[in-house]
Design a protein around this ligand. Structure first.
Ligand code: B12
Ligand code: SF4
Length: 462
C-alpha cells in the first residue's frame, strides 16, 4: 500500500527546516512491512498545491498527517482541499492524541491514532490493503457510517531498540542538516519524568499503560549516529531528548563511548535538578559544547504553583554557574503570557536571565495545548478568545488568550523587549542581534539573512 505522510510546518518561526522523528519511525516500520511511503513537507505560508501535486504524482492509498495543536487549523483546511480524491485519511501526533474528540468534529478525517503509531499504523495499512475490518485496531479510532469506533490503547513500546532507525530518506535530510548549521538531530529516549502544566507530556503520559520514560541502549544510539554521519555531511550532533540527563549511569556510558567512537561536538537538553559538577564535566569531556535548559518563568512561587516546576531560583543559578565553570555554553528557554502572569511577574524571568547571562536564549509566547492542565485552566477561566483561534499568525509570536491581568499588547511588548532587557548593558552584540531577531520585522530579517546565518550565529553566541 502507498502511504503519503504530511508534515505541516506552516507559519513556524525561524529559518530552519526540521526533521520529524515520529514520521521517520512510522515510515521505517511501514517500509519494513512491505509498504511504500512518501512525504509532503508543508513549510511557509498555507498552500495546499504542493500536496495536491504530490497526490497526483504518488497516488497514495492512505494519507497520514501529523498534528501539533497550532497546525490543526491548517490541517482542517488541507483535509477539505484534498477531499475530492476520496483517499483514506488519518491524523496522529500529540495534538490529536490529547484531543481525540476532534475526529468527530473534523470533516473528511477518517481515523486518528492515539499515542504511539508504529505498530498501529502498520496494522491499519495491512488491514486496508487486505480489505479487512479496521474498527478494532488498538490506538486507532475510526469514523465510519456516522459511528466512532474508539479503541483502547496498547502499552507504550517497551524496548525502543526493537524499532528500526528512523527513515532519514523520507525527508531531504541533507537539506535539513544544512539549514540547521550542519547539525543532525537524534533522540535517545521517549517521555519525560516531569509534568509541567503547559507541556504535552503531562497528558501524553496518561494515554497508555506501561513505562513512559524509556531510553534506547547507548549502543543503539551510537550505531545510529555513526550511520547518519557516514551517510550525510554533518558537523555536529543534537540530542533532542526532553531531558537527556535523567539517568547518571546512562550519561556516563554514553559520554565514554561517544568520545571514542563519534567525537563530534554535541548539544543536549536538560533540567537543572539533574546537573552536578560530575555530570557536567563528563559532558564537556565527551565534546558537549552547549546545554539547553528550560527556565520558562523566573518567579519561583509562580513557577511552582502555576507551572508545577518546583526548582528554586538558587538551584537554577547554581546549575548555570556550574555549566559556565566547566566551559559549557548555555541556552535558556523562556515563555511569556501564561494565565495569571502579569508584566511584573514576567520581570522575574528577565531578572533571572539577566543574572545568569546565558550564551543564548529562546523566548516564546505561551500557547495552550488541549489535554494539558494549563489549557483546562484557560478554558475554566474563559481566557481563550474563541474567535481568534483560527487566525493566521506565526506560532508563538502572538497569543489567543484574553487575560485580565496581562493584555495582549503588553505580552507582545514583553516578548519583543526580552532580549534587550536580558543582555542590554551586559553584552552588546547579543542584545543587538537577539533584539533584531525578536523584533516586529524579525521574521523578514531571518529570511533575508538566512544565507549569512552561520556567521551571525558564531558572532552572537561566542
Ligand atoms: C523534537 C521536537 C521538535 C523538533 C522536531 C519536530 C518533531 N515533532 O519531531 C522541532 C524543534 C522542529 C519542533 C518544533 C515544534 N514543536 Co516540538 N517537540 C519535539 C519533542 C521534544 C519531541 C518530538 C518527538 O520526536 N517525539 C518522539 C516521536 C517518536 O514521537 P511523536 O513525534 O509524537 O510521534 C509518535 C506519535 O505521536 C504518533 N504519530 C505522530 N504523527 C503521526 C502521524 C500519523 C499519521 C500517525 C498514525 C501517528 C503519528 O506516532 C509516532 C511514533 O510513535 C516534543 C515533545 C515530546 N516529548 O514529544 C515537542 C512537541 C511535539 N513540540 C511541540 C510544539 C508546540 C512545537 C512547535 C509548534 C513549536 C513552534 N512554534 O515552533 C513546532 C511545530 C513543528 C511541527 N510543525 O510539528 C509540542 C506540541 C504540543 C501540542 N499539543 O501542540 C510538543 C509536544 C512539546 C510540548 N511543549 O508539549 N519540535
Ligand atoms: S521538563 Fe520539559 S519536557 Fe518535561 S514535562 Fe517539563 S516542559 Fe515538558
Amino acid at each position: 500500500m502507498k502511504v503519503l505522510f504530511v508534515y505541516p510546518d506552516i507559519n513556524i518561526r525561524g529559518g530552519a527546516l526540521s526533521y520529524h522523528y515520529g514520521l521517520g519511525f512510522l515510515s521505517s516500520v511501514l517500509k519494513k512491512g512491505g509498504h511504500q511511503t512518501a512525504l509532503q513537507y508543508l513549510y511557509g505560508n498555507y498552500d495546499p498545491k504542493p500536496l495536491l501535486n504530490k497526490i497526483e504524482e504518488f497516488e497514495p492509498d492512505l494519507i497520514g498527517i501529523t498534528t501539533v495543536s497550532f497546525q490543526f487549523k491548517y490541517i482542517k483546511r488541507l483535509l477539505k482541499d484534498i477531499s475530492g480524491y476520496g483517499i483514506f485519511t488519518i491524523c496522529g501526533g500529540p495534538h490529536i492524541s490529547l484531543a481525540p474528540y476532534e475526529l468527530e468534529k473534523t470533516d473528511f478525517l477518517n481515523a486518528i491514532c492515539v499515542g504511539e503509531g508504529e505498530y498501529a499504523l502498520l496494522e491499519l495499512a495491512d488491514a486496508l490493503e487486505n480489505n479487512q475490518d479496521i474498527t478494532k485496531i488498538k490506538n486507532i479510532w475510526v469514523k465510519k457510517d456516522g459511528n466512532i469506533y474508539s479503541n483502547p490503547s496498547r502499552p507504550f513500546i517497551e524496548d525502543l531498540d526493537k524499532l528500526p532507525f528512523v527513515d532519514r530518506e523520507l525527508f531531504d535530510f541533507q537539506k535539513i542538516v544544512y539549514s540547521d548549521y550542519d547539525r543532525a538531530e537524534f533522540m535517545s529516549s521517549r517521555g519525560c519524568p516531569y509534568s509541567c502544566t503547559y507541556c504535552a507530556n503531562s497528558g501524553l503520559r496518561k494515554i497508555a499503560e506501561g513505562k513512559y520514560v524509556r531510553f534506547r541502549s547507548v549502543a543503539n544510539v551510537i550505531a545510529e549516529i555513526k550511520d547518519v554521519i557516514t551517510r550525510y555531511k554533518v558537523k555536529s550532533v543534537y540530542l533532542n531528548d526532553d531531558v537527556f540527563t535523567i539517568n547518571k549511569g546512562y550519561v556516563e556510558e554514553f559520554c565514554a563511548i561517544y568520545k571514542d567512537e563519534i567525537g563530534y561536538p554535541f548539544e543536549i537538553n536538560t533540567r537543572v535538578e539533574n546537573l552536578t559538577l560530575e555530570i557536567l564535566k563528563m559532558l564537556k569531556d565527551a565534546g558537549c559544547y552547549r546545554i539547553a535548559m528550560g527556565l520558562e518563568q523566573g518567579d519561583e512561587k509562580f513557577r511552582k504553583e502555576v507551572l508545577n516546576r518546583p526548582m528554586s531560583n538558587q538551584k537554577i543559578e547554581e546549575a548555570f554557574a556550574l555549566a559556565k565553570k566547566v566551559g559549557l555554553k548555555t541556552k535558556t528557554f523562556n515563555i511569556v503570557g501564561f494565565p495569571f502572569e502579569t508584566a511584573g511577574i514576567h520581570m522575574g524571568t528577565v531578572n533571572l536571565n539577566r543574572k545568569i547571562q546565558p550564551s543564548s536564549l529562546v523566548i516564546y509566547i505561551f500557547e495552550p495545548y488541549p489535554g494539558t492542565p494549563l489549557y483546562d485552566t484557560c478554558v475554566k477561566n474563559n481566557f481563550i478568545e474563541k474567535e481568534r483561534e483560527d487566525e493566521e499568525f506565526v506560532s508563538r509570536t502572538d497569543t489567543i488568550l484574553k487575560l485580565p491581568m496581562f493584555s495582549r499588547k503588553e505580552i507582545i511588548k514583553c516578548y519583543r523587549r526580552f532580549p534587550w532587557r536580558v543582555y542590554g548593558g551586559k553584552s552588546f552584540k547579543r542584545a543587538f542581534l537577539f533584539k533584531l531577531y525578536y523584533s516586529k520585522y524579525g521574521e523578514i530579517l531571518i529570511k533575508l539573512m538566512s544565507p549569512f546565518k552561520k556567521i551571525i550565529q558564531k558572532f552572537a553566541v561566542k
